[in-house]
Write a protein that binds this ligand. Sequence first.
Ligand code: 5AD
Ligand code: SF4
Length: 392
Amino acid sequence: MCYAIPGKVTRINKKIISVDYFGEERKARNDFYRLKKGDYVYAQGGFIVSRISEKEAKATLDTWQELFFKLKERDLRFSEKSGNLRKAANRLRQKKSGNSCCVHGIIEFSNYCRNDCLYCGLRHSNCSLTRYRMMPGEIVDLANFSIDKLKFKALVLQSGEDTWYTEEKLVKVVKGIFKRNPALLILSIGERNFKIYERLYRAGARAALLRFETSNEALYRKMRPGHSLKERLELIKKLRKLGYLIMTGFLIGLPGENNKDLLNDIKLTASLKTDMFSFGPFIPHPKTPLGNEPLPSLDKSLDTIARARLMNPEAKILVTTALEALGKNKGLKLGLLSGGNSLMVNVTPDKYKRFYDLYPDHSGVGLDLKKKIDATLKLLYSLGRAPVDLGL
Ligand code: 5AD
Ligand code: SF4
């Protein structure tokens, strides 16, 4: 199992490091290491996550050498044609960022939420949901296992907006992971106090996943009672200024949304200078006020990925689990062939995951994790994608 290929440092310009992967150069930001030319590193999401010995790097690179070039050829074959919107997007993806694909892990550590978003199964008013919280030590152990044993280099720590996790508890979690296993730690904890984000940044977290959900202010207010889009965007901008890499985006097909909104959603994601686009279809949840609303079509979702790619040739675009749920076993593949170049694998234990009920079929309970990881890698290789960092 391998979600990252090490690269060799070729140039250093303060915090911006040029890294070579079999003759391809990518840039990554370095906050944590004293590097020199010739060092070997792992980077993820455009961020240097660890430095490794030459011996270890060469051993890994040796096993990759042949496969790497085979995968490139395969990807090229998949992206030769540009007959329609999605094929054009896939071709552009190949031209601009090659066959690189990021694979991040995600831990859903609590399904409590103080908010009442109309679309979400975790909403506070959903009394039928069994709630859980993972204890800080348990989160740390699972994260360390995911980085150390499962070999993830980037990990999303996600929950509803749950204030039970105080600043102290969250700092303990981030420090507990970061001290033992450096990785790109991505916070997805909602609109918490900015001071908390500051402390977590100091503790080692370097990315924040916070969608703005819709660029339509009126629709936003309706969908997220008691909140405003302005507040959300301000927080995203402040996090970015502090140094967090930003992952953001929107829901496709919210009731009341029109095509112009969707186009504005893509534009807004780009204007926030997002480091990774994260958007996916709205999937009606029966225990929410939107339970009887229609599901957006798979075509609409794939075309949105394609449009986002064509409008933002160099973007990192995540193929989300909601697309996987909508497209059943074809969702990931089609998303990757429509301009997507990043994935997430859920590493939450089944006993919790089954209750992380954002939308129906979200959890993938019962799928053996190792098998799921193998299937994901097999899919990537079948499409000619390699886990090389996409760079900045
Ligand atoms: N369908 C799709 N995505 C959803 N989310 C919440 N509810 C749904 C739903 N019904 C997404 C939101 C949120 C993320 C954690 O989950 O976009 O930001
Ligand atoms: Fe809570 Fe996020 Fe769901 Fe809204 S979308 S109810 S903030 S978990």
